[in-house]
Design a protein around this ligand. Structure first.
Ligand code: NAP
Ligand code: MG
Length: 403
């Protein structure tokens, strides 16, 4: 069989631990045999990040800006223990944080829905994609523990000398105070990324805040979304047959539970943090969550939502067999290949991406899966495969589909 040709390189970011092992298996079994892979390779493994003083992470992000599509392996975000373990020069920042800051993007997380891995919420039939605004609010707040009676004030001092002052509270005893902020530019980028991704995936977009209580802060989020939608997206949404739907956050939560899924739910930073964990666990498994970073100007970086699966890696190093789920990492590859195909008008590449996903799902639905899924499946007598054999089983299914 002739290999599929590519015109523009994919930005490939390698990573750490067990996912780095899976990365190589996936390329060897599911990519190289079928595609003449054109990739610009960046090794974001912690050893190489340390060697390059983290420059490699910046280079990979700029390459993504240049080419438009990247696929990323999970990477270690160093903490004190990792600094010792890897003898690091510094506690390097989270690669995802660095890449997100450079691309100014929004992260969309969606579960991979498979028969036999049933969501806890029985009416959920289609995936629910969560978009989390990743700037500001409580994550960039400043806090004070008021030691005793006194007055707390909110003061804005403009560069032009204008002063705006509000009393927060007149304390008659100890208490706590918090100052949060956000910036219109970031909210606008978030809105555009969400509208673009909704059009891209032909899904209705939900957005919710608490604007009835927070009449300036949350209301600004609501207004910015509505203004951008009306000015730039309304017609395109009508043409695509999708909707933009705004409601209060508590109403949204209630509706999500009763829905059948199949939409994007845009969340403020805190809501997205909390709700994405709820959605992923209710859909079955973190190992089945995909993640894509989308910038407001249409650059895409695909990855799995889970980490480097450290515990499995140490078993692997000790020579023990592992059964690590590679599905979300495979879908990161298929997502990136499909998008590359779309941008380049390469239908062979898009078609391959579809088949790779179908083959992965069919393999699981045929009862062949990794241990994490075998523990939760409703299928009878699943066959538990090790990390490598699972990927080989997908290859067999894929080869059957391609002949
Ligand atoms: P993790 O890699 O997400 O794994 C946590 C646990 O979840 C695993 O021990 C495993 O449970 C289960 N699990 C997750 N993915 C799985 C898969 N594909 N197949 C089977 N089971 C899976 O989190 P972690 O081990 O706490 O973190 C390891 C490293 O990942 C950290 O250094 C962190 O900085 C990094 N991280 C990176 C990213 C990213 O690059 N996007 C995201 C999150 C974390 P059992 O052990 O019970 O089998
Ligand atoms: Mg969280």
């Amino acid at each position: 069989m002739e290999k599929i040709q590519m015109t523009t390189p994919l930005v490939e970011m390698d990573g750490d631990e067990m996912t780095r092992i899976l990365w190589q298996f996936i390329k060897d079994e599911l990519i190289y045999p079928f595609i003449d892979l054109k990739s610009e390779y960046y090794d974001l493994g912690l050893v190489h990040r340390n060697e390059t003083d983290d420059q490699v992470t910046f280079d990979a992000a700029y390459a993504t800006k240049k080419y438009g599509v990247a696929v990323k392996c999970a990477t270690i975000t160093p903490n004190a223990a990792r600094v010792t373990e890897y003898n690091l020069k510094e506690m390097w920042k989270s690669p995802n944080g660095t890449i997100r800051a450079i691309l100014d993007g929004t992260v969309f997380r969606a579960p991979i829905v498979v028969k036999g891995i049933e969501p806890c919420v029985k009416n959920w039939k289609k995936p629910i994609t969560i978009a989390r605004h990743a700037y500001g609010d409580v994550y960039k707040s400043v806090e004070i523990k008021a030691p005793g009676a006194g007055k707390a004030e909110l003061v804005f001092t403009g560069e032009d000398g204008q002063v705006i002052r509000e009393t927060i509270h007149q304390f008659d005893g100890p208490g706590v105070i918090q100052g949060q902020h956000n910036v219109n530019r970031s909210i606008e980028s978030f809105a555009r990324s969400c509208f673009n991704y909704a059009l891209d995936t032909k899904q209705t977009l939900w957005f919710a805040t608490k604007d009835t209580i927070s009449k300036k802060y949350d209301h600004t989020f609501k207004d910015i979304f509505q203004e951008i939608f009306d000015a730039e997206y309304k017609e395109k949404f009508d043409e695509a047959g999708i909707e933009y739907f705004y409601t209060l956050i508590d109403d949204a939560v209630a509706r999500v539970m009763k829905s059948e899924g199949g939409y994007i739910w845009a969340c403020k930073n805190y809501d997205g943090d909390v709700m994405s964990d709820m959605i992923s666990s209710a859909f079955g498994s973190l190992a089945m969550m995909t993640s894509v970073l989308v910038s407001p100007d249409g650059k895409y970086e695909y990855e799995a939502a889970h980490g480097t699966v450290m515990r499995h890696y140490y078993k692997h190093l000790a020579g023990e067999e592992t059964s690590t789920n590679s599905v979300a990492t495979i879908f990161a590859w298929s997502g990136a290949l499909r998008k590359r195909g779309e941008l380049d008008g390469n239908t062979a590449l898009m078609d391959f991406a579809d088949k790779l996903e179908k083959a992965t799902i069919q393999t699981i639905e045929a009862g062949k899966m990794t241990k994490d899924l075998a523990l939760i499946t409703t299928l009878k007598d699943p066959v538990v495969l090790n990390s490598e054999n699972f990927i080989q089983a997908i290859r067999e299914t894929l080869e059957g589909m391609l002949v």
